[in-house]
Design a protein around this ligand. Structure first.
Ligand SMILES: Cc1cc2nc3c(=O)[nH]c(=O)nc-3n(C[C@H](O)[C@H](O)[C@H](O)COP(=O)(O)O)c2cc1C
Length: 356
């Protein structure tokens, strides 16, 4: 009984396969809706979207599907401009040659502000988004109460057992267990990333044994083999990001789309070079060049590299792009999302019948 299991029923979906929220463009409305229409759960990665952009994306998804979907946000973190002043000045000097190489005349400027979290949440509540997920921390009791009062399911992200227990106590309904293999930013919020780097095979069963709420496995799951393994470890659903990156519906640049399936198992690394927060991506020149640099805190570094990343995407220069991807990126299949979903569902069903 993997499909229509209790977690799938709770989420209102057929198959417990969640397309990971991917802030920065990958989780386009087309991708979200394609996954929803194929019986999974699509997620809008809205961490960097203004309230107006988020509202538009929700409407765009609703034009393409009547099925439930998720909106995902970043729990706000602040950075101290004054405390980072030396690192910022140093980074501006370091980034100058890259700006020049890309034909940018501006000096990278630092901002501490991400879109206003309360205003983003207001859109989610107003639009009655059925499922809300978040990463980088915990929600305040007030937000948990407001979401639950609006009948919105809440999913938090944990990278350790301690984080999963803290999230459970805070009142979330489900937990994403994010293994070390995972592409994109680490959700880590209690201890250092080096103390929270646990592979999915070790993390999932340990969280499953410690919490009473359903666990969603994330990190390195690329096909039906990974889905079966995650279910066998006790997860009730999977959240897959990298596996959807190179679909035609994904919103990333063509250069990035090509780099993902062409990478090897050894090609990704954790870096703070692009945002100031640890994240996994395909190693490239900018990551190597900044490996020993003093990186300003998130989100300051994110703002300092924004222009550079946008120009690199436009000019098809993968050596300066944040190519977020997980350790199993080479297993990427570039087929449309509906085809991937159908293949995985078929693979899980045949695999499970073989195991009987
Ligand atoms: C390009 C990219 C962007 C991501 N952005 C987010 C995000 O905005 N919010 C979030 O909770 N997780 C984000 N993640 C992490 C995913 O939720 C998930 O943990 C990860 O994709 C699982 O590992 P996998 O990439 O090996 O499937 C992102 C992952 C990728 C690859």
């Amino acid at each position: 009984m993997w499909k229509n299991n209790p977690i799938a029923q709770h989420l209102g979906i057929q198959y417990p396969i969640i397309q990971a929220p991917m802030a920065g463009g990958a989780s386009s409305p087309e991708l979200v809706a394609a996954v929803c229409n194929a019986g999974g759960l699509g997620s809008i990665g809205a961490g960097y979207l203004s309230p107006a952009q988020l509202s538009e994306q929700i409407d765009a998804v609703r034009c393409l599907t009547a099925a439930p979907f998720t909106v995902n946000l970043f729990v706000p973190e602040s950075a101290d401009l004054a405390a980072n002043a030396d690192k910022i000045a140093n980074m501006q000097t370091l980034l100058k040659p890259y700006h020049q190489a890309l034909g940018l005349e501006s000096t990278p400027s630092p901002h501490t502000a991400l879109p206003n979290f309360a205003a983003q949440m207001a859109v989610i509540l107003e639009k009655q988004v059925p499922i809300f997920s978040f990463t980088f921390g915990q929600l305040s009791p007030e937000w948990v109460e407001q979401l639950h009062r609006a009948d919105i399911t809440i999913i938090g992200t944990a990278t350790t057992v301690a984080e999963a227990l803290a999230l459970e106590i805070s009142g979330v309904d489900m937990i994403v267990a994010q293994g070390y293999e995972a592409g994109g930013h680490r959700g880590t919020f209690l201890e250092s990333v080096s103390k929270s780097s646990i592979g999915s095979f070790a993390l999932i069963p340990q969280i499953v044994d410690k919490v009473k709420i359903p666990v969603i496995a994330a990190g390195g799951i690329m096909d039906s083999r990974g889905i079966i393994a995650a279910l066998a470890l006790g997860a009730k659903a999977v959240q897959m990001g990298t596996a959807f990156l190179s679909c035609p519906e994904s919103g990333i640049s063509a250069t990035y789309k090509q780099a993902v399936p062409h990478s090897r198992d050894q090609d990704t690394c954790l870096t703070r070079a692009f945002s100031g927060r640890w994240a996994r991506g395909i190693e490239n020149q900018l990551i190597r060049d900044l490996a020993d640099a003093e990186i300003p805190d998130y989100p300051l570094q994110n703002s300092l590299t924004r222009e550079l990343r946008q120009a690199a995407a436009q000019q098809s220069k993968p050596e300066f792009l944040s190519l977020w991807a997980g350790q199993a990126a080479s297993l990427t299949n570039t087929a449309p999302a509906a085809q991937l979903m159908a293949e995985w569902v078929h693979g899980v069903e045949s695999g499970l019948s073989l195991l009987k």
